[in-house]
Write a protein that binds this ligand. Structure first.
Ligand code: GDG
Length: 493
């Protein structure tokens, strides 16, 4: 899920700060444990206020949180040691009760920016940027994972279900089970799980695997991820995995062993709500305005990503630059929206400079006064505005080097109520398995990317429609509610 590092800050004294009424003895029957809370502190007109930070995961969780004693445990995005007046967590903003895991600025630097985003993130994305292995950031990762696990152990009712999310918290399942063997623990990884050849680089590879094996169910976007995990449990821990499960020694279990299941649960979006948004007259009008603002081109292409080196923004800009050089991009405009992300991490700063330079060169070489073939927005858009861009675009460009799923591809499809539009999609996304009717590309093959873009731009409407109808069927029959329900159903004892 998109990680927000918004720089908003405040103070806090306790290591967890409660919101909403706690049930007696803080005994929640369902816990979501996630690096980030679904609210954040935002600064407006010199004041800080708590705002909901909606996202795919919040939407997915809403139906499962409703009507039960549930709590969401996570970090708020503020640094507790900053000298800004304290703001207690709000009572009524989240989809359920909220509990904050408090982090200092240094802890965020070491645990989140360091181990999560300079080690795990690049390693799990095919090492497209070289991962760094620092013992002090690993120590912080262990310490913060323990803090999350201790808080969950305190909050959970006997026999409660705990759903732990993503790469920031891979040690939590085991740390939690050690304290609370009565809990049902599910874990879902939102990014790819790498093949053994890469994973074995990690100096702490056994601890990470053992951390994940504390869960009853470990979910991935793809079968490939689940298979990598099971293979590694054999290679590094000497276990004997079966097709979709592995038994791990567990003295607390009557048989001396506990079965951990691993499987593919491809995440999706709230397809209906995107489609409804795209159908709104204001959104459609805004889409027409966007087209007209860029000169009503023959073809409007679009990219929407967090500004991240895994997303292959450079791949598509490179392809378009060559098409411009060759005179094959006449009367076409590409809009690239790149949401600021992880701006304190050095590789992201480098990436930002590189993209700025690519956009600048393309405009300098091929633009005219008032007309630029590439339009670049380095700023987040409101959800309605984003939907208008999806409606406006003839061709959507999704070209990551590696991506767990990629929700943008599915959002574009859900917004194409007229069943037109074309999706160029990297083979190395989880989404490519769900949407094989897209124009699939190998992002490392520069000529292949160019040709796929040209093919998508020039395909007959009937071909585009045929592909889009199939993709829409997939996205509407497999929405995010179904994803959450499938996972939780499989997790049930
Ligand atoms: C991770 C995995 C996996 C982007 N810009 C704006 C905006 N967004 C929204 C998109 C989409 C989300 O952010 C990005 O989701 P992705 O799936 O594309 O990518 P990650 O952030 O890397 O997510 C990924 C996902 O987790 C879920 O498991 O699919 O593979 O890397 O929803 O719409 N939203 C708004 N304005 C923007 O400017 N409102």
């Amino acid at each position: 899920m998109a990680d927000k590092m918004d720089g908003a800050s405040g103070t806090g004294t306790a290591m967890t700060a409660a919101s909403k009424e706690r049930p007696p003895q803080a005994a929640y029957e369902f816990l979501v444990v996630c690096n980030r809370l679904p609210v954040e502190l935002r600064a407006a007109e010199g004041r800080l206020s708590w705002e909901p930070s909606p996202g795919g995961l919040v939407t997915a969780m809403e139906p499962v949180l409703r009507d039960r004693e549930a709590v969401w445990l996570g970090w708020s995005g503020r640094h507790i040691d900053d000298s800004v007046p304290a703001s207690p967590l709000p009572h009524d903003l989240g989809p359920c009760a909220l509990e904050e895991v408090a982090l200092t600025r240094e802890e965020v630097e070491e645990y989140y920016e360091g181990f999560c985003n300079e080690t795990i993130w690049p390693l799990y994305h095919d090492a497209v940027v070289t991962p760094v292995y620092h013992r002090h950031t690993w120590n912080a990762y262990q310490r913060i994972n323990r803090r999350f696990a201790d808080a969950a152990a305190r909050l959970a009712a006997p026999g409660a279900t705990v759903w732990v999310h993503d790469y920031q918290l891979q040690l939590v399942p085991r740390l939690l089970r050690e304290q609370r063997p009565d809990l049902r623990i599910g874990y879902f990884l939102h990014i790819p799980f790498p093949p053994a050849e890469l994973f074995v680089q990690l100096p702490w590879r056994q601890q990470i695997l053992q951390g994940l094996l504390g869960a009853d169910l470990v979910g991935f976007h793809t079968q490939g991820g689940a298979a990598n995990f099971l293979t590694l449990s054999e290679r590094l821990l000497g276990l004997s995995p079966k097709e979709d499960a592995v038994d791990v020694p567990d003295p607390a279990a009557a048989s001396g062993a506990r079965t951990v299941r691993a499987g593919a649960f491809p995440i999706s979006i709230d397809s209906r709500s995107f489609s409804e948004l795209a159908a709104q007259p204001e959104v459609r009008e805004r889409a027409a305005e966007i087209r007209s603002a860029v000169g009503d081109p023959r073809t409007l292409l679009l990219g929407v990503d967090r500004l991240d080196y895994t997303k292959g923004i450079d791949v598509r800009l490179g392809a378009i630059t060559e098409l411009l050089d060759e005179g094959r991009f006449d009367d076409c405009v590409c809009i690239q929206v790149a949401t600021p992300s992880r701006e304190n991490v050095e590789e992201y700063q480098r990436m930002r400079d590189e993209i700025n330079q690519m956009v600048g060169s393309a405009i300098g070489d091929h633009g005219t006064i008032g007309q630029a073939p590439i339009q670049y927005l380095h700023q987040p858009l409101a959800r309605e505005e984003l939907a208008a861009y999806y409606v406006a675009a003839d061709v959507m460009l999704v070209t990551p080097y590696r991506d767990g799923m990629n929700l943008v591809a599915k959002e574009y499809v859900a917004c194409r109520n007229d069943e037109d539009g074309a999706l160029v999609l990297s083979e190395f996304t989880g989404a490519a398995l769900d949407l094989p009717q897209a124009y699939l590309v190998n992002p490392y093959d520069a000529d292949g990317v160019k040709e796929a873009i040209v093919k998508a731009m020039s395909a007959p409407k009937s071909e585009q429609r045929q592909r889009m109808v199939e993709m829409r069927r997939q996205v509407f029959t497999h929405d995010v509610d179904r994803w959450a329900a499938d996972f939780l159903e499989t997790l049930r004892p």
